[in-house]
Design a protein around this ligand. Structure first.
Ligand code: UFG
Length: 318
């Protein structure tokens, strides 16, 4: 298929681009490089350095048969301070992209949604029919696009899938996380091990969990990538599917730090700090829907293996 990958110079988008190329697809990456890296775009893909708001001429030129849409601002904390950027890029930009698709009669899309659309869950594991009550603008902006896709499916015959990622980690095709502003637990722990940071602050040890630290569902980027390739052809015209993507197993911050110590052989000193605003105690996915519908089976469920892949990719770059 001829596909356009919006945000293909970012962490997850670049891995999926590599997987699409390996699967024989023809890929154009659309990315303004505001947070992505040109050198992360896999060889064989064409890069158009353009933002979502200006995407129409690129789509008119490429005439894609499908779009995978990863391009977004994704820092939860910043989304609370500068919500206008999140509405402008994540919602306004997505609307511009959908309109650019409609103009060239391309109506198949896979969208990167998030567990942050659910907010504080009533029950864990979280199913797709759980209430969506985002606690930050980032999650609200992603939920708005999910609603946009439902209406575009109904009114304009789009075939759409929203994939709600839980905590994506690990690396594939040598491509790992490389954020200028790093907020995620696993890369921060590995930066301490690499001597790039002094220590790691554990945000709260008084949560109602067995060791008092927050529990998250870490899903390997390669498993996530597999899900995109399965999702791409799945919906019929007029259908919008929503799938959670997680391993279904939760690990605490403490367990992640221990896994990072085991992988790196570094003591990784930690200090216990205050809770981070908006962090739910536990986020674990029920991913039965995509397993049943599409036969998705995560292969990398071992936390140490996920952390090791992230460590190896980070070291290969150093
Ligand atoms: N944490 C620390 N210290 C750190 C960094 C993180 O203790 O230095 C803790 C957090 O408090 C949290 C856990 O580690 O309990 C995981 O935090 P991350 O920042 O790695 O990930 P989040 O669970 O906050 O966020 C992820 C995605 C978001 C998405 C969210 C959905 O990165 O994009 O899941 O719930 F919105």
């Amino acid at each position: 298929m001829r596909v356009l990958v919006a945000g293909g110079a970012g962490y997850i988008g670049s891995v999926v681009t590599a997987a699409l190329l390996a699967d024989g697809h023809e890929v154009t990456v659309l990315d303004d490089l505001s947070t992505g890296h040109a050198d992360a775009v896999p060889e064989g893909a064409t890069l158009a350095q353009v933002g979502l708001h200006d995407s129409a001429p690129v789509l008119a030129d490429v005439r894609p048969e499908a779009v995978l849409h990863f391009a977004a601002k994704s820092l939860v904390g910043v989304s609370q301070q500068q919500p206008e950027d999140y509405w402008h890029t994540n919602v306004g930009g997505s609307l511009a992209l959908l309109e650019a698709m409609r103009a060239v009669d391309c109506r198949r899309i896979v969208f990167s949604s998030t567990a942050a659309t659910y907010g504080e869950p009533d029950a864990v594991p979280i199913r797709e029919d759980a209430p969506t009550r985002p606690t930050n603008t980032y999650g609200a902006s992603k939920l708005a696009v999910d609603h946009m896709l439902t209406s575009y499916a109904v009114a304009h015959g789009f075939a759409a899938v929203s994939l709600r990622y839980f905590n994506v980690a690990g690396a594939a095709y040598g491509l790992g996380e490389r954020h200028a502003t790093e907020t995620h637990l696993i890369p921060i722990a590995l930066q301490v091990a690499a001597g790039q940071r002094e220590s790691l602050t554990v945000y709260g040890q008084d949560y109602p969990t067995p060791d008092g630290t927050c529990i998250r569902d870490y899903v390997h980027v390669e498993d996530l990538s597999d899900a995109h390739l399965l999702a791409l052809p799945a919906p019929a015209a007029g259908e919008h599917r929503i799938y959670n993507l997680g391993n279904g197993t939760g690990f605490s911050v403490q367990q992640v730090v221990e896994a990072a110590r085991e992988v790196t052989g570094h003591p990784i000193p930690v200090t216990v700090g205050e809770r981070r605003a908006g962090d739910p105690a536990q986020l674990v996915a029920a991913s039965d829907r995509i397993r049943t519908d599409l036969g998705w089976t995560p292969k990398h469920t071992d936390l140490v293996g996920i952390v090791r892949d992230a460590w190896d990719a980070a070291n290969a770059r150093r």
